[in-house]
Design a protein around this ligand. Sequence first.
Ligand SMILES: Cc1ncc(C[n+]2csc(CCOP(=O)(O)OP(=O)(O)O)c2C)c(N)n1
Ligand SMILES: [Mg+2]
Length: 892
Amino acid sequence: MDNEISTQPHGMEDVEIQEWLESLDSVLESSGPEVAAEILERLRAHATVNGIDLPFSANTPYANTIPVRLQPLFPGDQELERRIKSLIRWNALAMVVRANRVEHNIGGHISTYASAATLYEVGFNHFFRARSDEFEGDTVYFQGHASPGMYARAFLEGRLSGQKLENFRRELKPGGGLSSYPHPWLMPDFWEFPTVSMGLSPLMAIYQARFNRYLEDRGMKPATDAKVWAFLGDGETDEPESLGAITLASREKLDNLIFVVNCNLQRLDGPVRGNGQIIQELESAFRGARWNVIKVLWGSEWDPIFERDTEGLLVKRMGELVDGEYQKLVVSSGAYVREHFFGSDPRLLQLVEPLPDEALRRLRLGGHDPRKVYAAYKAAVDHKGSPTVILARTIKGYGLGEAGEGKNVTHQQKKLNEDELREFRSRFGIPLNDVDCVEVPFYRPAEDSVEIQYLRARREALGGYVPKRSVRSKPLVADHDDLFKEFHEGSDGREVSTTMAFVGMLRKMLKDTEIGKLIVPIVPDEARTFGMESLFRTVGIYSSVGQRYEPVDVNTLLYYKEAKNGQILEEGITEAGSMASCIAAGTAYATHGINTIPFFIYYSMFGFQRIADFIWAAADMRMRGFLLGGTSGRTTLGGEGLQHQDGNSHVLALPVPNVKAYDPAFAYEIAVIIQDGIHRMYKDGESVFYYITVMNEPYAMPPMPGDVKDGILRGMYRFRPAANGKAKLRAQLFGSGAILNEVLHAQEILESKYGVAADVWSVTSYKELYNEGIESERWNRLHPGEKARVPYATKCLADAPGVLVAASDYLKTLPNMISKWMPRRLASLGTDGFGRSEGRASLREFFEVDSRFITLATLHELFVDGKIERSVLEKAIKDLGINADKPNPVIS
Ligand SMILES: Cc1ncc(C[n+]2csc(CCOP(=O)(O)OP(=O)(O)O)c2C)c(N)n1
Ligand SMILES: [Mg+2]
């Protein structure tokens, strides 16, 4: 193993080694650990210069990081805390067992909390500070599968009723229940952070800690010593997101961040690293990333044994075992431990000779020893200059005995038989008799019991209860009409893209007296792509250390300006990290009581497609703000090809219930949507957020044609009616985003060449139209006796004659979704298929969404209706230059 420490180098006398060790001890004693470390560092450098090849190892021995002599006194009443913890253990278990008795297979987890109880209880009793008007409070990400423990504690605290616990995982029962995992959407007064999709919370916690610093550096909140705690599973660390941003945390010196990894060495199916050591692996990863790593491996019972082991044999032996073997020891007898662990060396056997087998079995692990856990937490909160990770060894299913302690099946254990329940009851001293206990009742001591009094007193001392979510920000007051009005005017013939128009709005918003400071522009290394580089200079890029270098372009107007009070979060190439920043900014209205308004702009293909699960978590968290899908549209982004061209994101935005998705074509549409969005989210407090696609195709922005605001927001409005409303051949054409221009062009061709008078509609949001349509349908189904509601799309088209044709730069399924509310058959054109590296015109031909194909689709619909001859259609195909035998873009 790479952490192996040799106590017997070749040819070296024990006495020589002993001398070196004694010298170090004496330095340690006389001059302290800093000097000792300095000497070792110098020795290492000296050795390297003299050609000694020292292998790199980021590992320390398989031992507790904090030596006994540096362990602080435990400040609490350990016995009382143990009793409280036991009651929480019981109620957490009871919740799961009871729920599964009522409804088979309702699920739930016992063994995760069983292993983590001490890790949480030390936090609750001594560290986690609540949010209050005076102090922002600590931020805690609870491991999702441990939620029964959090509920059980809130029950003892008197915050959750027995009825609620009874309905764990049965949220729809009368009186309500408790959600399986932390979901702010479902329990908005309790949970703050959804953590159960593993890997998301570690990354979100890092960016949360960084955002807290950003708010401080920008003078938006006072600097405090508040911490961000994230509790993770050791199996969870295999998710790439878990460790994906750890270098950011150390680079930014986030000493306000503490990870606690519950190293029970198991995940769902079996050991995390049966053939290795997950703790050592994580230690080297985190130390390599320059985190402060604290290993909490062994409980206090081991301390005297270590003390007797002057030769370091025990640590060496501990470093030799792989996790699969450690897991085996957990489920084995004391005699087995003696033979297989200590039996490898007679000197080791001698160390534990005085201990009976039973004592060997009960040698506790560090993560189950409150004194060791307290010492680690204390060291973590006192540590300066880097984030801390605590690697705490525990046993999965601790206390479950035969029902699953340390066994591979333990993660799925939800039912205990009568004997197992009695055993658990006895082991943790729950005051229930043999008969009562098999009913698994919830148990709460009387209000005036010492347990409840202590628990309450501890929480009072720490400012109140955790977790608890509340919205503390005040609504905005201004109407912002002046801010957005200029964008209703159009660009006077000047060609601009919607991206440029948006950036213009952003620039103006940044200057606004009410919202200017609150705007948080976020970019993952794409600001130049979107023409946002002018903002670098005006509002600066946030950097916690300011700018330590003279930028290469300092002599230019738009130089790369980093500043401590910079407003832009330039995240580098990480959509996941940028989204995590967006989440922190978009939930600050609750976390900090500050209405920060994130505008996260990115390559649209790398949003819903790449980081959908973070967006789902943002939705759960009631995030507010704006996601801007830049360079969007499968045929509007020329050149980039298959990977970049996005015709998907509006479809992928459909399942997220509270995201409002818009595909606007013109500047005034964007202005209307953003103004309305800011009002809905930050004045009216709605739990929605926005997805707006913006494009890079330049064209003249028209002025707003009358008051169409309502239509823009509801999803469609008539943009340009037909010139000759009396014509015999009529059509209604629907276009979105940049494709609206193709539709407008088709309108002209149809009129001038084929005598077809078409109205053109801008469809800003198929999602809005669809949601309103299904809502009307549902209402009608449930209220047959009342006047039927007519969907908005149906109403729009009530007096609109002719055939119906829709074209968008996204999948055809978008227009098809609303076709049933249209008065007649709808022909849909869209961009299903893989993109190509090509120019816009060729792409639109390839995907059959250009003005010629829209013209053809319209003529074809008229032909199907018997309004024009086949020959007209055939001639049109020729005249329009359409190759009828071209490959089908959907599958080519
Ligand atoms: C992204 C994701 N994949 C899979 C799961 C299903 N799952 C839930 S718990 C679990 C095992 C957790 O192991 P670990 O992280 O070690 O936590 P422990 O329960 O051991 O503390 C798995 C695979 C999930 N919740 N999220
Ligand atoms: Mg685990």
